[in-house]
Design a binder for this molecule. Structure first.
Ligand code: COA
Length: 189
């Protein structure tokens, strides 16, 4: 990533009839709605027990943006957050970052996350000039691995028993997308 490419404000994009925009303190209640849902967070490292936890996360996310370490978006419908996605571990030396994403259960299976991830991947390659975007997904999280495949990520391998959650070790799939692959895909349209 070119450091001069880091935005001074999180950019907004329309994705179909939804929008992506930067996370704000006012999103705490709508984020709490799905980040406290065990079905949504079962394969992820973040689960909110209280609204206060979500408020603290938002503060942390905004601080990390100021330090040019991460970019956090919310997916909105009529300006209400129904999901979120992000770049973390933004690394200017190696021009790489990792993505992650969550969507409220009521909206699953409508293509929303495929569109949202495509939009932030395009932003990462075209604007931030990332060379490599990474994603990790618990093998059993079929929806998440399918989103990555549909967007164009390649599976690199399995991190065996990488994550311990709820008394169990889970295998994790390592995915990546390279800028060169993105350019090839664009040129084939
Ligand atoms: C994973 C998640 C983001 C998918 O979002 P979504 O908007 O429902 O995904 P899409 O509608 O864009 O679907 C993309 C593909 O995945 C498939 N898919 C979605 N959920 C699925 C599931 N639970 N099982 C199997 N396939 C699934 C869809 O059928 C579609 O594939 P297709 O076009 O070949 O039919 C959403 O289920 C979610 O937020 N889960 C909880 C949080 C999470 O696990 N995040 C990832 C952490 S790494």
């Amino acid at each position: 990533m070119k450091t001069d490419r880091f935005p001074s404000k999180v950019p907004s994009f329309p994705i179909g009839s939804y929008n992506l925009r930067g996370i704000k303190p006012e999103d705490a209640c709508s984020l709490y709605h799905f980040m406290s849902d065990k079905e949504v967070t079962q394969f992820t490292s973040l689960h909110a027990e209280t609204l206060e936890e979500v408020q603290s996360w938002i503060e942390l996310m905004m601080e990390q943006f100021e330090k040019k370490q991460s970019i956090y978006w919310v997916i909105t419908q009529d300006n209400r957050a129904i999901g979120r996605c992000h770049y973390i571990y933004l690394d200017a030396i190696h021009s790489r970052a990792e993505i992650g994403y969550y969507l409220a259960k009521e909206y699953w299976g409508c293509g929303i996350m495929t569109n949202a991830v495509t939009a932030i991947v395009e932003y990462g390659f075209e604007h931030l000039k990332l060379n490599r975007i990474e994603a990790r997904s618990i093998s059993r999280n079929y929806g998440s691995t399918r989103v990555l495949e549909k967007v164009g990520f390649s599976k690199e391998g399995t991190l065996r028993q990488h994550t311990f959650r709820a008394g169990e070790f889970f295998d994790v799939e390592m995915f990546s997308f390279l800028n060169a692959n993105w350019q090839q895909l664009r040129n084939s349209f």
